[in-house]
Design a protein. Structure first.
Length: 417
């Protein structure tokens, strides 16, 4: 087993963690007790709970236990549990964890459990294949960033970055300043994390890996240009706050102190619940490159514990099929404005008439799938310090691009030694 199973996954984990609620599932002798681990937000979780309740009502004697864990925790704890033939029967989350699950042999291929026509129901992006096998079936695609705007301030969303800057400056002039700071910022987003930097990196022509899909590609002109670009929005154009992590950006937009925010599809329903009249549009095209920023996209779905045996398998697959059904996906789509994976739903009136969802699908079309290879974790870890150093003024874009590449290569070498 490669060292990634230990170096990147088993951080601070011990087998004593497996004694908690919900750990027993895959190895249990009770074929009618099925355990699901997930990292769903509260609004997603409430829908899951309703759907689980509906399944149990239709199938008396079946018990489905769902357990929430943070995204990092569910991945790490699942691998640790599955390696000891325990853990949940189904694990739910973003696609980027699949590479680690496959490397540790903790999930099993799905193509032998379903006929080919079952998979053909889904959009291709909802069926995650890796190393020649299907390892995840998603109920949502996207998990992506887009430009969200408050229609109180922005009636016609900007289509280019030049327009974005002009609109932001106009709004800031219109609402004035206090202590040298705008009462309403034109734009905000979490510019401290690399995931939120990717649209600008791709918009400048870059990508995280070379053509082989595993060698980092961080020390190039696109990275340097993107770092300079993001910094210029704050320091030169002054249309974003001097500091802005996720919580700050989210609060500014919710409080009406920012006209636009770059945020993910997980946030949009919450903005609408607060009564904000939002619109969603693709992140504006960068004029200097003529490229649309390409946020990373990823399905969120279910994988099957490698330890689920033949006696229990029919029940687990029955539950999985139920949760992926058209009725249940439509319920989620209507409430959360997330993109479904069943192709029939793209023709559903509730989907076709939803402006936010339609624009979200346009943004997905511009996006690029998040790599599921284990090396991606090394790239994230390598990008973060260099990116933050540029924004903090401690490093130049040229220096940081070089340090990112060196650190990524070193981390990947350590993983595979």
């Amino acid at each position: 087993m490669p060292k990634i199973a230990y170096a990147a996954v088993f951080v601070s984990l011990t087998l004593t963690a497996l004694k908690g609620v919900g750990c027993v599932g895959a190895r249990t002798g009770d074929i009618n007790r099925v355990v699901i681990w997930h990292q769903m937000r509260p609004d997603e979780r409430s829908i899951l709970q309703r759907q689980i309740k509906a399944y149990m009502a239709l199938n008396p004697g079946v018990e489905i236990v769902e357990l929430y864990k943070e995204t990092e925790d569910v991945r790490n704890a699942f691998v640790t549990a599955a390696l000891t033939r325990r853990g949940p029967d189904l694990v739910y989350g973003p696609s980027d964890a699949v590479g680690i699950y496959v490397a540790t042999k903790t999930i099993q291929p799905l193509e032998s459990h379903f006929p080919g026509e079952f998979f053909s129901q889904f959009d291709s992006s909802g069926i995650l294949s890796y190393q020649g096998h299907v390892y995840q079936i998603a109920d949502k695609i996207g998990n992506h960033l887009a430009l969200v705007y408050n229609k109180k301030y922005v009636q016609r969303p900007p289509q280019t970055d030049v327009e974005l800057i002009e609109v932001s400056k106009r709004i800031q002039r219109q609402y004035g300043y206090v202590g040298g700071r705008p009462k309403v910022y034109g734009l905000t987003w979490n510019y401290t994390e690399p995931f939120f930097f990717i649209p600008f990196f791709t918009g400048c022509g870059g990508w995280v890996f070379q053509e082989d899909g595993v060698t980092p590609s961080l020390d190039d002109s696109a990275m340097i240009a993107a770092l300079k670009y993001v910094r210029s929005l704050r320091d030169e154009h002054k249309i974003v706050p001097n500091e802005s992590d996720y919580e700050i950006a989210d609060a500014l937009f919710k409080d009406g102190k920012a006209a636009m925010i770059i945020n993910g599809d997980w946030s949009w329903a919450g903005y609408k619940e607060l009564g904000i009249d939002i619109g969603v549009t693709p992140i504006p095209k960068i004029v200097s490159t003529s490229l649309w920023p390409a946020p990373m996209t990823s399905p969120k779905g279910f994988s099957l514990n490698a330890n689920v045996g033949p006696e229990k398998l029919p029940r687990v697959l029955s539950i999985l099929t139920f949760l992926l059904s058209e009725e249940n996906q439509l319920e989620t789509t209507k409430e959360l404005k997330t993109a479904p994976t069943l192709k029939t739903l793209y023709k559903n009136p509730a989907v076709r008439s939803n402006e936010i969802l339609q624009n979200s699908l346009v943004q997905i079309g511009y996006g690029r799938p998040m790599p599921v290879v284990p090396e991606m974790r090394a790239v994230w870890d390598a990008m973060r310090p260099g990116y933050q150093a540029v924004m903090g003024g401690a490093s130049t874009p040229e220096e940081s691009a070089k340090s990112m590449q060196q650190l990524a290569l070193r981390r990947i070498k350590e993983m595979n030694e």
